[in-house]
Write a protein that binds this ligand. Structure first.
Ligand SMILES: NC(=O)c1ccc[n+]([C@@H]2O[C@H](COP(=O)([O-])OP(=O)(O)OC[C@H]3O[C@@H](n4cnc5c(N)ncnc54)[C@H](O)[C@@H]3O)[C@@H](O)[C@H]2O)c1
Length: 474
């Protein structure tokens, strides 16, 4: 009996070791610091390579662009670029020729020359990247193609703008960082939600100190994708949800939150914990689409993540794309002197009359437990309109793209390239906002254990103090 027990014990230890070794391929426990913290490997920066904090590149009088990926999202970007002076659309690529035609028609309508077309083969995009008359490669494909395309484009000496999330694995994130550092090419993720009106205005208010010290921020992607699932090329999005646990679409919540907290501009994210519900809505949707049961569907209906920063701030991020809920990116901030909230109701709250004393006629109405009255909110939003809104908001409303924020994003990208300025979002923003798919999965798979968030700047997170949009000197 004793022998038998011993054998069972040895077998059990063997199984545990086997499991531990398998997961140790990508993770290792840093026992010295915290026996419960999962850490991931930070590749050493190659000798001679430097960070790309505040990266600038030679001014481009005309920004010549090639687009890859012209499905639901891509053609809107082509259209927006037809409205941005100082740009030329040189090339268009989609594996499906009919999608390239859609984009060519946009150029025709705008009375612009037809662009060179790349199509029909899986690798046709490579020839687009190799052209010597292109400065910027703009990528709006499914998630799995983002990284090989971005890496190749930078290798060919092109700046890259890539849709969200920029990358889905840590290996890919580090590869993009290394390539941007090595080639000194910009690698910007096209996170449009940081340019929405409420977010930009609130960021400006925060930077002017209206909310005091910002302690906690929230963001989410809560969007019932029911009407979209079947429209994605080759069903890539449902497939990704089927195969992956964790918050796989975090950047719309993360972007605004991280800009408010000056992440890698004076603060850095230290660790996260994540938890999900079981998967019910996802597999039901899969069955509706495919007519068969989804075996082993991974993505939980609702995933929530909490992050703590070096400066003692917290971030709460949520993901839910299958429940019958109203759309919400949450966007909420709590500061020592004020509060802002976007969904479901936009509003500001302040404990005293300080913040509004020179704009509010009826100061008595202010109350720490309610939002300020609508009229005061509107006056505040006018007073604190962000400087970049002052330049681009009017045109953005005409051109459109999620109410105008997409246009401001593209216009800012072009403006910074034309003026040789650092872009609004660098490759470390891409890394920080896109690391959640990998890191939340690790946490969830280990009973919500804390997972260290790497310092993607490899030591440079405190070089710049405070987030800023670069502007040329007048
Ligand atoms: N920022 C936002 O608000 C927002 C909104 C929607 C989508 N997106 C992002 O945009 C991207 C595209 O999403 P979508 O909804 O347009 O998906 P989609 O499936 O409609 O489009 C993807 C396109 O990529 C093309 N493609 C696939 N493989 C290719 C290859 N080898 N070469 C060239 N083209 C190839 C497909 O033919 C398809 O047209 C995703 O990253 C998504 O997350 C962002």
């Amino acid at each position: 009996m004793k022998d038998m027990l011993k054998k069972v014990l040895i077998m059990f230890i063997g199984i545990v070791c086997l499991f531990y070794n398998t997961s140790a391929q990508t993770t290792e426990l840093s026992k010295a610091d915290n026996p419960y913290m999962i850490t991931t490997k930070v590749p050493q920066r190659p000798n001679g390579q430097q960070d790309v904090i505040q990266l600038t590149a030679p001014k481009l009088e005309v920004v010549r662009v090639g687009f890859i990926g012209l499905g639901m999202r891509g053609p809107g970007a082509v259209k927006r670029f037809t409205h941005i002076p100082g740009t030329e659309i040189k090339a268009l690529c989609d594996i499906r020729p009919e999608r390239v035609e859609v984009a060519q028609n946009i150029l025709k309508e705008a009375k612009l020359p037809q662009a060179a077309a790349y199509s029909d083969s899986e690798d046709a995009w490579k020839a687009l990247c190799e052209r010597d008359d292109i400065d910027l490669v703009y990528i709006a494909t499914d998630w799995k193609h983002h990284v090989p395309m971005a890496l190749y484009a930078m290798e060919q000496g092109k700046h890259v703008a890539v849709e969200v999330p920029g990358a889905m694995t840590l290996e890919d994130i580090w590869a993009l960082i290394d390539m941007s550092e090595k080639t000194r090419q910009h690698c910007m993720m096209l996170e449009n939600c940081v340019y929405d009106y409420f977010e930009l205005t609130t960021l400006n208010m925060a930077q002017q100190g209206l909310f005091g010290e910002i302690m906690h921020v929230e963001g989410s992607y809560i969007h019932n994708l029911e009407e979209f699932w079947t429209a994605y090329w080759n069903n890539w999005r449902m497939q990704y949800n089927k195969e992956h646990r964790g918050d796989i679409y975090p950047t719309h919540g993360m972007g605004p939150a991280c800009q408010l907290l000056d992440i890698h501009r004076g603060d850095k994210m230290n660790y996260l914990v994540s938890m999900d519900t079981k998967a019910v809505g996802g597999p039901a949707m899969y069955k509706k689409i495919h007519g068969e049961e989804a075996k082993d569907f991974q993505n939980g209906d609702h995933t929530m993540t909490m992050i703590r920063t070096e400066q003692g701030k917290t971030i709460h991020i949520q993901h839910d794309v299958v429940s019958p809920r109203p759309y919400s990116r949450m966007y909420q901030l709590t500061g020592t002197k004020g509060f802002a909230n976007k969904y479901p109701k936009e509003g500001y709250a302040f404990p005293s009359t300080e913040a509004t004393k020179d704009v509010a006629p009826d100061l008595e109405d202010l109350n720490a437990h309610t939002f300020v009255p609508e009229a005061i909110k509107d006056t505040l939003m006018k007073k604190y309109q962000h400087p970049i809104q002052k330049i681009w908001a009017e045109k953005a409303k005409q051109v459109g793209g999620h109410g105008g924020m997409d246009f401001i994003m593209d216009a800012r990208l072009v403006y910074c390239l034309q003026n040789g300025l650092p872009l609004d979002m660098d490759v470390y923003d891409l890394a920080e906002w896109s690391c959640l798919p990998a890191l939340t999965a690790l946490s969830i798979e280990h009973n919500s254990a804390p997972v260290a968030i790497p310092d993607f700047t490899r030591g440079s997170w405190n070089k710049v103090k405070g987030y800023k949009h670069a502007m040329k000197a007048e």
